[in-house]
Design a protein around this ligand. Structure first.
Ligand code: FAD
Length: 373
């Protein structure tokens, strides 16, 4: 039997409360950094709180969209809430420093206790609150541990009877995230088992556990009953593809598989975009329009069924993007000319739409366009 989880879902976030339910207000979503913890050489946790004490409501696994001002530009990125909803007085995000990355480096180098950031959310559907089950298998690679850590912390705090196997893959033992806390959870909760998989020895610690990349044989050893579990996976694109492959090989019922990607990957090339000459007009595929990316100094073609982000990616134009589902706001930009069909999922505010802002990931052209990207 599955124990009911608390009704986190649908409760109002403090960002709602802050603006009386109107998340479009610029004053909404201010968070003060209270503490910074170094977890590994390139991962830090930032503990954030509203300026006035308020309780934060979210489902474990959901994320926030942070807005930071860097060199006069407002930039948005998503970060999972790594803290659980059972500790509602603050929220924590756990951020890996990405080489060359704008926001992750800014957070590591600049965000200190007392500084503020703006945040929107919580957002996202990657949460066990939507999939109650008696047994879970959490598979994570690198910073993908954050959502499953929030879920594990929540179940632990509730002394929930769900059986959890938490499998985390890291490059070396020094890169294992939340290691001491997971050890403590596994040592004190009879329902939680934690297994780490490392590719190599650490600088000071030889690795004696599971070594290499996660394989089906390894998974069978770690969780022989994995077919009976609800699986949540988060990690680098290649890691998640490998997990999907090995589960498919094992004949796992994929309706009980859930994953979250931290990166946007271009969909496979489409004839309509790759093979059409610039200019608008009818094609066998439908209407094709020109899209000028003004700041990138590139003009591409895009048909009425393709998102601007997908068209850019297929043409080799790399633009900031994350969820690709109109939720996170990372790909927000200004439409300088033309009009689009935008079907977003809350990643843009009404007042921003009124200011000609669009999300590239969920906007399709209705005529020739110029965008500020
Ligand atoms: C739902 C969700 C939850 C997430 N949760 C977390 C989390 O808990 N922890 C976490 O660490 N991350 C998380 N992320 C990822 C996070 O949102 C950022 O994508 C990540 O921090 C990198 O952002 P950045 O600004 O540092 O890098 P970016 O500036 O976006 O750059 C990313 C990469 O692209 C390269 N790049 C940038 N611009 C170009 C260009 N013009 N041409 C070629 N290459 C370029 C950079 O060198 C870098 O390697 C999450 C993402 C999503 C969608």
């Amino acid at each position: 039997m599955t124990d009911t989880l608390p009704a986190w879902a649908g409760t109002r976030s403090w960002t709602d409360e802050d603006t009386g339910g109107d998340t479009s207000g610029d004053t909404g979503g201010l968070l003060v950094c209270k503490q910074v913890h170094a977890l590994t050489p390139d991962v830090r946790t930032f503990v954030l709180q509203p300026p006035q004490p308020r309780l934060f409501h979210h489902d474990p696994g959901q994320f926030l969209t942070l807005t930071v001002d860097i060199d006069g530009r407002s930039v948005e990125r998503c970060y999972t809430i790594s803290s659980p909803p059972t500790r509602p007085h603050s929220v924590a995000i756990t951020v890996k420093r990405v080489p060359g990355g704008l926001v992750s480096n800014w957070l590591h180098d600049r965000l200190r206790p007392g500084h503020t950031v703006r945040a929107r959310g919580p957002l996202g559907e990657f949460t066990l609150a939507r999939h109650p089950a008696p047994k879970y298998l959490f598979l994570s690679g690198g910073s993908g541990a954050t959502p499953v850590m929030s879920m594990t912390r929540a179940l632990y705090d509730l002394a929930h009877p769900a059986d959890v196997v938490f499998v985390h893959s890291a490059r070396t033992p020094a890169d294992i995230l939340f290691r001491r806390e997971l050890d403590l959870i596994a040592a004190t909760a009879p329902t939680v088992r934690v297994v780490h998989v490392c590719e190599e020895d650490g600088p000071t610690e030889p690795w004696g556990g599971h070594r290499g990349r996660l394989t089906l044989d390894m998974l069978r050893q770690i969780a022989p009953d994995f077919r009976q579990r609800e699986i949540f996976t988060c990690g680098p694109t290649g890691y998640m593809a490998a997990v999907r492959d090995l589960l498919a090989t094992a004949g796992f019922a994929m309706d009980r598989y859930h994953e979250e990607s931290f990166t946007f990957d271009a969909p496979p090339a489409a004839e309509a975009v790759a093979g059409t000459a610039p200019g608008s007009g009818d094609t066998a595929e439908g209407h094709v329009f020109t899209v000028e990316f003004a700041r990138s100094r590139r003009t591409l073609t895009c048909d009425a069924d393709t998102s601007l982000l997908a068209a850019a990616a297929r043409a080799g134009l790399s633009l900031p993007a994350s969820c690709a589902q109109g939720m996170c706001g990372t790909c927000k930009t200004t439409l300088l000319a033309g009009s689009v069909d935008m079907r977003h999922n809350g990643g843009i505010r009404p007042r921003e739409i009124a200011q000609n802002k669009i999300l590239l990931c969920c906007s399709r052209p209705r005529e020739n366009l110029v965008v500020d990207a």
